[in-house]
Design a protein around this ligand. Structure first.
Ligand code: OAD
Length: 235
């Protein structure tokens, strides 16, 4: 760890939630198996086969009620509570396990299962039900236009300016449980390095981006993340 770490950016992916029982995207048994990505996660798919897309995400939203945060989410929440410097946890995950563990300095760059986006008014509102039931928008009251508040392929991730500003100030960038296959998140390690941060990867196995990191530690997130948080908080 660099001597004087003050500002930390943490990027998380599906691997941090795997031990909670949520499938990753690209591993064996991954979510895309049986469903081609372009059949589910694009604006075109939503236009062509809305019930399929809504049902896919309704099922994933319902699954959140059957899982809970694991030791890795809890360790990041502990870091969030105790770290005196700047911290931004950027998650690509659409589950709510970071916030259920207590993380506050958190941003969902790919959207959230527990949120609805209205195609009519553009409003976003907390949502816990089933979109196949045809709910009305909580903001404008219109029906029929409520869709998952998820960033589909071809759409712009949320809060990129805020993420890039945090990367520019970071002394330490830590990537946890992500395959490094999807941009722009996969490029954040290079951006952080460019701005002078030390970079650390915590992942089950080598990823497409491992060679970009100063250090890569391989193992399950539930073991690696608590150990790393202890290390950082010890200073
Ligand atoms: P992936 O499924 O591509 O990668 C998950 C990574 O986690 C892999 O490198 C695994 O080796 C690793 N992993 C699995 N189990 C682990 C464990 N117990 N501990 C640590 N690591 C583990 O998921 P993401 O990189 O998150 O976008 O995928 C990025 C984006 O692709 C997602 O956000 C999603 C998808 O398109 C949207 O939904 C918009």
């Amino acid at each position: 760890m660099p001597a004087a770490v003050r500002n930390i950016v943490v990027l998380t992916g599906a691997g941090i939630s795997a031990e909670s029982g949520l499938d990753t995207f690209r591993g064996p048994g991954g979510l895309w198996e049986g469903h081609r990505v372009e059949d589910i996660c694009t604006p075109e798919a939503l236009a062509r086969n809305r019930p399929l897309v809504l049902d896919f995400y309704d099922q994933r939203r319902a699954a959140l009620g059957r899982v809970k945060p694991n030791a890795a989410h809890e360790a990041l929440a502990r870091l969030d509570a105790k770290w005196a410097g700047d911290l931004l946890i950027v998650t690509q995950n659409v589950d709510d396990l970071h916030e259920r563990a207590g993380a506050k300095r958190l941003l969902h760059m790919h959207g959230e299962l527990m949120s609805a986006l209205c195609e009519g008014c553009g409003g976003r509102a907390a949502f816990g039900g089933a979109m196949l039931d045809g709910p009305e928008c909580a903001m404008c009251g219109e029906g029929g236009g409520v869709r998952p508040d998820i960033v589909f392929f071809g759409e712009m991730p949320y809060e990129m300016d805020r993420i890039e500003a945090a990367l520019a100030e970071a002394d330490l960038f830590v990537s946890i449980g992500t395959s490094g296959a999807v941009y722009p998140a996969a490029g954040y390690v290079q951006m952080a390095r460019h701005f002078g941060a030390e970079t650390l990867e915590l992942n089950l196995e080598p990823s497409a981006g491992s060679y970009n990191f100063d250090e890569s530690r391989m193992g399950p997130a539930s073991v690696l993340v608590p150990a790393w948080v202890d290390e950082v908080l010890r200073g």
